[in-house]
Design a protein around this ligand. Structure first.
Ligand code: MN
Length: 389
């Protein structure tokens, strides 16, 4: 019998997408094998995962973590270190599919390495397309591989587009839960606590993306992600608040027909689809019960209140390195909020000022994008007192 088992590398295996991915994969031992895992801070969790999945190797961020792994597993597990390590496992000849569930800018270069070595990429790292959408789309056009989105909205759109001609799409409608504050008065944003902001109504996720959901920057990033993933102009990409997170997104076609993808909010569904596409495999997930579903509601997002949404549209219109600048400023601002250095209301202020101050480079190369990212981080950190005044 032909061996059809696919070897998988998970970048960021101890985060919420990584853990869900391993759960999906462990249901299909004859179809998938874990070849590589990687972790940054979650080393104890990584040790557990190595015991259970016996990968060929792992990537960790520093020598200390590498020593911990070596002490336990010795030579039975290959150990790679740092961003080079992530690139090595993303392009390993042994690997068929790369699940990129890294958080933030650090996810970019491993995606590029995976495209260069023709891996299928199951992409949860939305920053890849936000900061380098032009480069990634060009690379994909000249390769024979694909990015299949894991982000639930983009998975929904991807599923709605199966069998369709993209030229027949009149608009994409990205749904947003609105996060915990969509109904809160804007003048209360200054006193929002970290634990309030980490309280997402529908999804259990990591802290960075949960804060992004509270500021709606997550939806801003997703607009840009959708623009590059589906090659549609921003005029055709809309956002609607849908607090129940049951409709994961919709596509309207030129004849006025709309397709929506629905399901119980469970990331295992888009993860599994990114692996199984174009097939579908059974999944024991909670099913939607329409009798329990009291209502599905929709509201227009308030872009005065959630400035991050308009900043994202602006970044896309500015083009060049503007989305990379926006993303870097956001990553720093979220970190500053999570470490209690700034209040919640300052997040969009910092991003806006960074976008106005850091020079935008048109048609950037990868090096110029990396430079824009570090330049912005330095700009925010060294001017923080002025930026929050
Ligand atoms: Mn999403």
């Amino acid at each position: 019998m032909k061996n059809t088992q696919k070897n998988i590398a998970i970048l960021g295996s101890t985060g919420s997408i990584g853990i869900n991915s391993l759960e999906v994969i462990s249901n299909f031992p004859d179809k998938y094998r874990i070849a590589y895992l990687s972790a940054n801070k979650g080393i104890p969790k990584l040790v557990e995962q190595i015991r259970k999945f016996q990968p060929t190797g792992v990537a960790v961020m520093d020598q200390t973590s590498a020593d911990v792994i070596y002490k336990i597993f010795g030579d039975t597990v290959k150990i790679f270190i740092g961003e080079e390590g992530l690139n090595t496992i993303a392009s390993s000849p042994e690997v068929d599919i790369v699940i990129n569930s890294l958080v933030g800018f650090v996810g970019l270069v491993p995606t590029i390495k995976a495209i260069e070595s023709n891996k299928r990429i199951a992409l949860a790292n939305k920053e890849t397309l936000v900061v380098a959408g032009n480069i990634i789309t060009k690379m994909l056009a000249h390769s024979n591989t694909k990015i299949i989105p894991i982000d639930s909205e983009h998975s929904a759109i991807f599923q709605c587009l199966v069998g369709e001609d993209i030229n027949n799409v009149s608009r994409l409608i990205l749904t947003a839960s609105g996060g915990p504050f969509w109904q809160m008065d804007k003048n209360k944003f200054a006193s929002v606590t970290i634990s309030q902001a980490l309280e997402h109504p529908n999804w259990k996720m990591g802290s960075k993306i949960t804060i992004d959901s509270a500021t709606l920057m997550n939806k801003g990033l997703e607009i840009i992600e959708a623009h590059y993933l589906f090659n549609l102009p921003i005029e055709k990409i809309e956002v609607i608040i849908h607090p129940q997170s049951i409709i994961h997104s919709m596509v309207e076609f030129v004849d006025g027909s709309i397709k929506a993808q629905l399901g119980y909010p469970d990331m295992k569904i888009p993860i599994q689809y990114a692996l199984s596409y174009p097939e579908r495999f059974p999944l024991r997930s909670t099913r939607l019960n329409f009798n329990d579903l009291k209502q599905i509601t929709f509201f227009e997002p308030d872009i005065q209140k959630f400035e991050c949404l308009s900043l994202a549209y602006k970044a896309l219109i500015n083009g060049g390195t503007s989305p990379a600048i926006m993303n870097a400023a956001n990553e720093i601002a979220v970190e500053l909020f999570l470490t209690q250095k700034i209040t919640f209301d300052k997040i969009p202020k910092i991003i806006q000022k960074a976008m106005e101050s850091v020079k935008i480079v048109e048609n950037p190369s990868l090096e110029e994008i990396i430079k824009a990212d570090s330049e912005t981080r330095n700009f925010v950190l060294s001017n923080i007192n002025n930026l929050i005044r």
